[in-house]
Design a protein around this ligand. Structure first.
Ligand code: F6P
Length: 340
């Protein structure tokens, strides 16, 4: 391997710069390769937007959120014709392979390109923590920290004003951020897509709290829960995913009606993806990046780096794309112990 490309695609998440720094450092120093940074995800690979990266270009970025390469939701199979739309950039830059850092949509496109002949190493990235083939993804830990701090802050104002506060967190169709931040912040109830959203049950929990003298409640709502009244679907993004956010605004009036208590909403949104990554995510991103550079040097194309137990191992892109992971029942049962 002489020339290695790297791109970050899809929604950004804390820790991307740690991966870039690690891939560039390991590939150049240990493996004597050149690294080409591809700008704005697949868009850069389709449009030939690249910049050379060496060790000095990636100094001082470990603490930075976002990605120095930029990202986008462009996709070679949605906005182009697959390998044919990236072939020129691959050829012009002499790319022997590309490290693709992305979530499930990005990795699915990476798999298709690899079947068309592109040498790819995937790196799993998402705050949603839903890629089944790896124990966890970087970005998730930071998002949970941010959400937990927000819920802690909302709890004190909920108590002061004797309100029900709904805190909506991201996670797309999976409730990992909701369950982790809800457990960490001691939420009184947590609504996730993996479990039926029973608002009467939620109202009963809140009434029981009031009867015991606790006249406020904090409910964590995963953005992917079913709305109480089925309505029109939201906009669709470039990967074909529904754009979520705001379901708590539909739940609030129902809960207010059922309980008779004032109910307010905070949607945390992109704050969960921004800012400096946690130490955990910096370390995991660094380990993934070093692993990706090593797998590229070893010619383990068509694989994704994964955390399994304490080790970074290659798994096939097929396995990486086979399934997403939902919150397991036992974890949710643990959260439920503290409801009410
Ligand atoms: O997949 C990561 C994620 O942050 C989801 O939790 C969220 O639903 C989605 O991306 C938001 O995407 P965008 O930034 O494109 O609105």
């Amino acid at each position: 391997m002489n020339v290695l490309g790297i791109l970050t695609a899809g929604g950004d998440c804390p820790g991307l710069n740690a991966v870039i720094r690690a891939v560039v450092s390991r590939a150049t120093i240990e493996h004597g390769a050149e690294v080409v940074g591809i700008l704005n995800g697949w868009e850069g690979l389709m449009q030939g937007k690249v910049r050379a990266l060496d060790r000095d270009d990636v100094r001082g970025i470990l603490q930075r959120g976002g990605t120095i390469l930029g990202s986008s939701r462009m996709d070679p199979y949605v906005h182009g014709d697959g390998y044919a739309s990236i072939a020129r950039t691959v050829r012009d830059n002499g790319l022997d392979g590309v490290v693709v850092v992305g979530g499930d949509g990005t990795l699915a496109s990476a798999l298709k390109l690899s079947k068309e002949g592109l040498n790819v190493i995937g790196v799993p990235k998402t705050i949603d923590n839903d890629i089944d083939a790896t124990d966890t993804t970087f970005g998730f830990n930071t998002a949970v920290e941010i959400a937990t701090e927000a819920i802690d802050r909302i709890t004190t104002t909920a108590e002061a004003h004797h309100r029900i506060m709904l805190v909506e967190v991201m996670g797309r169709t999976r409730g990992w951020i909701a369950v982790y931040s809800g457990i960490a912040a001691g939420a009184d109830a947590i609504l996730i897509p993996e479990a039926p959203c029973d608002l009467q049950e939620c109202a009963d929990i809140i009434h029981a709290r009031h009867r015991r003298g606790h006249r406020y409640s904090v409910v964590v709502v995963a953005e992917g829960v079913e709305p109480p009244v089925a309505g029109e679907k939201g906009a669709i993004d470039a990967f074909g995913f529904e754009r979520l956010g705001g379901v708590a605004y539909q739940i609030a009036p129902v809960l207010e009606e059922l309980t008779g208590f004032e109910t307010r909403v905070t949607v945390l949104g992109h704050i969960q993806r921004g800012g400096t990554p946690s130490a955990y995510d910096r370390v995991l991103g660094t380990r993934f990046g070093v692993g990706a550079a090593d797998f590229a040097a070893e010619g383990k194309w068509g694989t994704m780096v994964a955390l399994r137990g304490r080790n970074i191992v290659p798994v096939t892109l097929e396995e990486a794309c086979a399934s997403t992971r939902g919150v397991d029942e036992k974890l949710f049962d643990t959260a439920k112990v503290f409801f009410g």
